[in-house]
Each structure stands twice: as C-alpha cells, then as structure tokens.
Ligand binder design. Structure first.
Ligand code: FPP
Length: 247
C-alpha cells in the first residue's frame, strides 16, 4: 500500500465531543491529547516520515482566556511526558508558527524538546502552534522584501523556491494527505501554499474519537487515489521518462 510521505491533520471536534457529554470543553481537549499520543505512535510505527498536527491556530488566541490557558497547560504537560517516548521512537520534534507569541515557559519547553530530539532519525513530528498560513506567507514576503532592500536579491530572481524556503515549513516536503476530523470541510488557514497538490480526506469522526483504525481507513482511501499533479492519467502511466519534467 502506498503510504503518504507527509501526513497533515486538522484535529477538530474536541469542543463538540465534550459538549455531547455535558463536559467542559477542556475535557475534550484533554481527551484529544490522548488521541495525539496514539496517532503519533501509530504513524511512527507505520513508517510515515513526516506528521504535521494543527495544534493551535493564530486565530485560536481569540478563544476565552481560560481555554487558551488550559490548552497551553496541556501542551506543556504533553511535552514533559512525551520527551522520553519521542526519544524511544526516534521522533524529531519540529515547530511551525509564530511561537514568539507562546508563553515563555511553553516556548522554552518547545525549544528544549526540539533541541533534545534534533539528531533523531525517525519521523519528524511538526506541531503547528500559533500558526496561520496567511501570517506565515506575510512573514515570508517580508523576508523577501528585506533581502531585496539589502541588495541580496533581485526581484526577477524570485521564484517558488525563494518563497518556499522562507516559509516555516522550509525543508519539509509538501503534505501528501490532509485529514480533517469532525465533518467540517474547510482548510482553516492551514498550509495554504503547501497543500497545493495534497489529497484531502474529511471524516465525521470527532478528534477525541479518532482511533488508529480511522487512520488506517484514511490511509486506504489515500492509497486508492490517483495523484495527477495537473497531468493526464495516461501521462502518469507512461512514466516520467516519456513525459519530461513536471511537478
Ligand atoms: C479543535 O477542536 C482543536 C483545537 C483547537 C486544539 C487541538 C488541540 C489538541 C488536540 C490538544 C493539544 C495538542 C497537543 C499536540 C498536545 P475545537 O475545540 O475547535 O472543537 P469544536 O469545533 O468541536 O468546538
């Protein structure tokens, strides 16, 4: 079965999971962290190279203060508990987003975990935190403009690579598959540039109910998709030699 090299997930539905049980929203997030643990381990076990999780969006800062605080606490607890497991499974932690906005204690834990796992050779786990794709693109454009102003770059030399190398995801392959849970059919400002040719998979299952079996189902659907990258099915079947260069 063909596995995605890079899997990205929008983990949605924690709040509704809690509401359905008349529980506070934060208990939905707490259950969501348990699922993060299981899915990270399963992806690593399956041999997926890159897993990117949308854990806290740029827009999530607008949520009630107590929910934001509780999410930051959950993240800190997760990092504290999971370092040992990451080291055991060869997982390398990476972070994308405007992490300067994260509370300094959480930021310090993130940087320390990134540092402690940097030489690991297994799956790269990327957490998108304080992440918004438009914000990321604006920061990349600002960096390009800075390079031009400094005389280091000629506007005529700006190409896709020049922009991509200034995104937070520089060095990561584009996602092959995006999963969004909870029935919402939106991208919600996640990896807008990087998802150009990504296969999309939406499921009604709420994130706290998402089990490895649901992941396997998504991976099976992905394996049956024909990815054409703008070409015809026939061209793809002929193979790369006959069709020349494409991306
Ligand atoms: C969406 O559910 C989920 C989030 C905003 C946060 C996701 C966070 C976690 C799963 C836990 C922390 C992550 C890590 C990596 C430790 P929602 O609250 O928008 O659900 P709703 O749409 O049903 O209200």
């Amino acid at each position: 079965m063909s596995l995605p090299r890079h899997l990205a997930i929008i983990m949605d539905g924690n709040g509704r999971w809690a509401q359905q049980r008349a529980l506070p929203r934060i208990l939905g997030h707490r259950q969501g962290v348990e699922v993060v643990r299981d899915i990270v381990e399963e992806c690593s076990r399956l041999g997926i190279g890159w897993l990117t999780l949308y854990a806290f969006s740029h827009e999530n800062w607008g949520r009630p203060e107590d929910e934001v605080g509780a999410l930051m606490d959950l993240l800190a607890t997760y990092l504290g508990k999971e370092l040992e497991s990451m080291l055991r499974h060869g997982i390398r932690l990476h972070v994308i987003g405007d992490i300067a906005r994260m509370p300094s204690s959480v930021r310090a834990m993130l940087l320390e975990t990134v540092e402690r796992t940097r030489d690991q050779q297994g799956m790269v786990l990327t957490l998108a935190l304080s992440y918004g794709s438009r914000d990321e693109l604006v920061r990349a454009v600002r960096s390009l403009a800075g390079a031009i102003a400094a005389g280091e770059l000629n506007p005529a030399d700006i190409d896709e690579q020049a922009l991509a190398s200034r995104l937070d995801t520089a060095g990561l392959p584009d996602p092959d598959l995006l999963i969004r849970t909870s029935g919402e059919m939106r991208i919600s400002n996640f990896l807008l540039w990087q998802l150009a040719y990504t296969e999309l998979y939406f499921t009604e299952t709420l994130w706290p109910d998402f089990k490895p079996a649901h992941l396997h189902e998504a991976l099976q659907v992905y394996a049956q998709r024909e990815r054409r990258f703008g070409l015809t099915g026939e061209q793809l079947r002929e193979g790369p030699k006959e069709r020349g260069d494409c991306h």
